[in-house]
Design a protein around this ligand. Structure first.
Ligand code: SAM
Length: 280
C-alpha cells in the first residue's frame, strides 16, 4: 500500500512490469507518490476538469492526479512497456483513465477530451520544449487548455520565467509570458528521480490569460523573437536583417533602438515589433 491509493508502490510496479528506465525516452521516474500528489495539487481543483498527461511512464503522476480527484485523465505514452502498469491504474479508477500508446508529437488529444482541460506532465526532456512551444503558439487564443503544470530541467524552467536583462531571457520566456502567467512552483533535486538526472528540475505552472498581454500575430512574433535571440550578442539591426525589409525603420517605429541587443527588449517591445513586421 503506497499511501495515496491501494495500488503497489512504484518501485514494485517498475520491477513487475520490467520498465527499466531508458535514456533514449528521457525516462527519469518519480517514485514518491506524496510528491506526485503535491505536483498534481499545483494544477488546482481537478474535479471539474479533464487532464492531459504526456509521458505517464509507470504512472506516478497519473496516480497523483487521480488521487487528487481528477474528473478524467488522458495519458499519452510512447513506451509500450508501460501499458500493463497503466492498465492496472485504469482498473483501480474505473472510467477515469484513458491511455493512448503513441507519440505525443503525433497524436491529437482533442478527440478524447472534454473542456475544461488542463495539462500536467513530467515531460520527456527531448520533446518537452517542442510541446510547450506548440501549446503556447496556436493561432487562436485562448487555447484548448486552461493551465499547464509541467516539470522541466531547472534551466528550462528559468528560461520560461526569465525577465529582460537576464541570461535566461529569450524566446521561451517571451512566448510564455506573452499569453500566460508563468511561475516556478516546486524545485526538485536530482535525487527526486530514478535514475537521478545530472541536473535539478522544477515544476512550472502556466495559467492561460484570457487574451495575450499585447497584440501580435503568434507566428510573426515567434519568427522575430527566434531571429533576435539566435544571434543574441548582435545588435538587433543586424540579427533581424533577414526578417523583413527596412528593419531599422521598423525597429524605430516599435520604439526599439536598432543598436540594442535582444536581451534588453521587453515583451511589449517585441510585440510592437511583430506588429510592424506584420504590416508587410
Ligand atoms: N510521468 C512519469 C514520472 O513522472 O515518473 C515519467 C516521466 S519521464 C521523465 C518521461 C516519460 O515520457 C517516459 O515515460 C517516456 O517513455 C515518455 N515519452 C518520451 N517521449 C515521448 C513521446 N514523444 N510521446 C509520449 N511519451 C513520451
Amino acid at each position: 500500500m503506497a499511501g495515496i491509493d491501494t495500488l503497489p508502490p512504484l518501485r514494485d510496479v517498475i520491477e513487475t512490469h520490467g520498465i527499466a528506465a531508458r535514456k533514449s525516452l528521457g525516462q527519469n521516474f518519480l517514485l514518491d507518490l506524496n510528491l506526485t500528489a503535491k505536483i498534481a495539487r499545483q494544477a488546482g481543483d481537478l474535479s471539474e476538469c479533464d487532464i492531459l498527461e504526456i509521458g505517464p511512464g509507470p504512472g506516478g503522476l497519473t496516480r497523483g492526479l487521480l488521487a487528487e480527484g481528477a474528473r478524467k485523465v488522458l495519458a499519452i505514452e510512447k513506451d509500450e512497456r508501460c501499458m500493463a502498469a497503466l492498465a492496472e491504474i485504469s482498473e483501480a479508477y474505473p472510467g477515469k483513465l484513458n491511455v493512448i500508446n503513441g507519440d505525443a508529437l503525433e497524436v491529437d488529444p482533442m478527440a478524447h477530451l472534454t473542456p475544461p482541460i488542463r495539462v500536467a506532465a513530467n515531460l520527456p526532456y527531448n520533446v518537452g520544449t517542442e510541446l510547450l512551444v506548440r501549446w503556447l503558439t496556436p493561432k487562436e487564443w485562448p487555447p484548448f487548455w486552461q493551465s499547464l503544470t509541467l516539470m522541466f530541467q531547472k534551466e528550462v524552467a528559468e528560461r520560461i520565467t526569465a525577465q529582460p536583462g537576464s541570461k535566461a531571457y529569450g524566446r521561451l520566456g517571451i512566448l510564455a509570458q506573452w499569453r500566460t502567467d508563468a511561475r516556478i512552483v516546486i524545485n526538485l533535486p536530482p535525487e527526486a528521480f530514478s535514475p537521478p538526472p545530472k541536473v535539478s528540475s522544477a515544476v512550472v505552472h502556466l495559467k492561460a490569460l484570457e487574451k495575450p498581454r499585447f497584440d501580435a500575430d503568434a507566428a510573426v512574433l515567434s519568427k522575430v523573437v527566434a531571429a533576435a535571440f539566435n544571434q543574441r550578442r548582435k545588435m538587433l539591426r543586424s540579427s533581424l536583417k533577414g526578417v523583413a525589409s527596412d528593419m531599422e525603420d521598423r525597429l524605430v517605429a516599435a520604439g526599439i533602438k536598432p543598436t540594442d541587443r535582444a536581451e534588453v527588449v521587453p515583451l511589449e517591445g517585441f510585440c510592437a515589433l511583430a506588429r510592424e513586421v506584420a504590416k508587410g
